[in-house]
Design a protein around this ligand. Structure first.
Ligand code: GAL
Length: 352
């Protein structure tokens, strides 16, 4: 009898221990799954535990790694005293940051790949100027990583586009200078590299009223002079361009400085237009103001079919460095797209 009781005790201990282990394992798996969630508007930390500082950004996929380039904002925000007529909130331009990731969730800070100039006040890259919406594409012929960005004076009067190059995605980019492409103003912008290797610069021009699409030279460093004027007098900003199933899509915002407004998308068979306006792609809570966000890029998830992520900035105009990110999956139905609000989601679940 005594022997029997001892056996029972040992068996109970084994049972309790294995239940505890299972619970711990489950908790571990839950925590890991939670860590891989993309959480809208929360503070996103890099792998060192610092807030990701890459606003108005874009993503390049190269050799199995995603590189996220964005505005590296300074930590003090002020209303530019020289521009009292509109809410010209500014922060010191820190240059362009770069983060790398294999899974789009864990981001390693690669450094500031195009630093602002802290000394020379006459430099276009001086921190008192505007350095926004950097995008990088890879040129297969020259083997250079080419960056274009919005380069402006402190009051946004210069309205120019700057170009920088590098031999590696995460090295220090060499700044080549700025221009008004096709002799026209250039503010909010993006780049798009097509399947045939041709690249295009999309930019808000003519006082942000009309969006230009400009074919770049083969080295991607200059405009060819071939361009179209699109969405004339429609005041579209924050362009993000992608291609799916042979169609071109452009996502953009209205023009209300740092404040949110309604997004719009358009579809075309040819990159230079004609574009067919399709309306607001957003749905769900606060869809009429883009979930408090503004488009910056659409990212293709590699290795998965029809897997695209719309990237938005949720600007905090009085503390710009603390602006957040909202990334949401795009759903397709014919030529139509839907970007539905989600507080958090998982890439593997969304794109099976
Ligand atoms: C927005 C633009 C931002 C920034 C801001 C300044 O319209 O999309 O990138 O330039 O204006 O107020």
């Amino acid at each position: 009898m005594k022997k029997y009781l001892i056996y029972l005790l040992i068996l109970s201990c084994i049972f309790v221990c294995s239940c505890g282990q299972k619970k711990n394992q489950q908790q571990g798996e839950d925590a890991e799954a939670e860590a891989k969630m993309i959480v809208s508007g929360e503070k996103w930390l890099d792998t060192d535990g610092n807030a990701i500082n890459a606003h108005g950004g874009g993503i390049l996929y190269h050799d199995g790694t995603y590189y996220w380039y964005g505005e590296y904002k300074g930590d003090s925000t002020y209303w530019n005293p020289k521009v009292p007529s509109w809410e010209c909130y500014r922060t010191e331009a820190g240059g362009v940051s770069c983060y790398s990731s294999q899974n789009l969730v864990d981001w390693k800070f690669e450094g500031v790949v195009l630093p602002s100039d802290t000394v020379n006040e006459s430099s276009e890259l001086h921190y008192s100027n505007v350095l926004e919406r950097p995008k990088v594409i890879y040129n297969d012929k020259t083997k250079k990583f080419v960056m274009w960005l919005h380069v402006d004076s402190h009051d946004y009067a210069k309205a120019a586009a700057g170009v920088a190059v590098c031999d590696t995605p995460n090295g220090k980019f060499e700044y080549l200078g700025s221009m008004r492409p096709n002799d026209a103003m250039s503010r909010d912008m993006t780049l798009f590299k097509d399947d045939d290797g041709k690249a295009y610069h999309f930019y808000s021009s003519e006082e942000n009223k009309t969006l230009y699409i400009s074919l770049l030279t083969d080295d991607y460093l200059k405009p060819t002079g071939q361009f179209t004027r699109n969405f004339i007098d429609q005041s579209r900003e924050a362009p993000a361009v992608f291609k799916q199933n042979g169609k071109y899509y452009i996502l953009s915002s209205g023009c209300t400085a740092w404040d949110p407004n309604q997004a719009e998308y358009a579809v075309a068979d040819s990159i230079m237009g004609q574009w067919k306006v399709m309306g607001n792609p957003c749905s769900g809570k606060d869809a009429n103001i883009t979930f408090y966000g503004q488009s910056t890029n659409v990212l293709k998830v590699e290795g998965k079919k029809d897997a695209y992520i719309a990237m938005f900035d949720k600007w905090n105009k009085t503390d710009l460095i603390d602006s957040r990110y909202i990334w949401l999956p795009i759903k397709f139905s014919g030529d139509s797209i839907d970007i539905a609000w989600q507080e958090k989601w998982n890439i593997n679940e969304a794109f099976k």
